[in-house]
Design a protein around this ligand. Structure first.
Ligand SMILES: [Ca+2]
Ligand SMILES: [Ca+2]
Length: 194
């Protein structure tokens, strides 16, 4: 686990240029929602944190020798991969909203989490968990997505999440010895997925 991982994601969101959708009768300008908390996994995990006490493996930034040769952005681009040496091992990665959201926006609300992924011989689960409190010491996680299919080119999936200081997101992965999970280009957009 990297300590003092730079909180770069807050700074690297960018606004896309408005696109124009041409309909049969007129041209409608439609400004896309801003991409926030983006992470391209070029150098590090941004605001995502590897857990170390509750699991037995880690997520790493780089290129997995069993997995995709390059990240979504092409040659020399790295991505996040599951570094596990046994099918019994599990790796957990957390996004603690409390540490990520700006002080004046601790309840970001409903958001759409976009992830590019490739996987084979593996299982990927995304969960949402409430932070422990005095009343509820071990809150029950809710599973937002669970996949174990084989996807061998970068594909996008979108997940509805609730981003506020009382919650965190958890990505769990397990794999066979020669299986893999690669993840890249994370971002969030305010509001539900469309
Ligand atoms: Ca990348
Ligand atoms: Ca770990």
């Amino acid at each position: 686990m990297k300590k003092n991982c730079p909180r770069s994601c807050l700074m690297c969101g960018h606004k896309d240029k408005p696109t124009e959708h041409v309909t049969s009768t007129k041209t409608v300008s439609n400004t896309p929602r801003e991409k926030e908390f983006t992470c391209n996994f070029r150098e590090h995990e941004c605001d995502w944190v590897n857990l170390w006490a509750s699991d037995t493996a880690d997520w790493m930034v780089g290129v997995d020798r069993n997995g995709p040769k390059m990240g979504l952005d092409g040659i020399n681009d790295s991505y996040l991969f599951l570094d596990s040496r046994s099918s019994h091992y599990k790796a957990e990665l957390q996004l603690p909203w409390q540490m990520v959201l700006p002080m004046d926006k601790m309840n970001y609300g409903q958001a759409c989490f976009s992830v590019h992924y490739q996987m084979d011989g593996a299982k990927l689960t995304v969960k949402q968990v409430a932070n422990p409190t005095a009343q509820e010491k071990t809150p029950r996680p809710s599973t937002l997505l669970s996949r174990s299919n084989s996807i061998t080119s970068w594909s996008e999936m979108k997940i509805n999440v609730n981003a506020n200081e009382k919650m965190y997101l958890l990505i769990e992965g397990t794999k066979q010895i020669d299986g893999y999970i690669g993840l890249d280009n994370f971002y969030f957009q305010k509001g539900p997925c469309t």
